[in-house]
Write a protein that binds this ligand. Structure first.
Ligand SMILES: [Zn+2]
Length: 67
């Protein structure tokens, strides 16, 4: 997980899926941007331009703890 709690992780996922401007939860230095800028169909992967962390929302969803 990239956040401290399941709830926060879900909030982060929802922001990414709705393409809201989101500050990188890891370094807090920059807004996340789409990993594949050209391929508009795969817009579920994000990247931080500052620290390079890659956020794959499908993997994040799978790794969510069960409460
Ligand atoms: Zn970052």
């Amino acid at each position: 997980m990239y956040t401290n709690s399941r709830d926060d992780e879900v909030k982060l996922l929802k922001r990414l899926w709705t393409s809201q401007a989101t500050i990188c939860p890891k370094c807090k230095m920059a807004e996340l941007e789409h990993l594949h800028k050209k391929a508009k169909k795969s817009d579920c992967d994000w990247k931080c331009p500052a620290c390079g962390e890659i956020y794959r929302t499908i993997s994040m969803l799978k790794e969510l703890p069960n409460h």
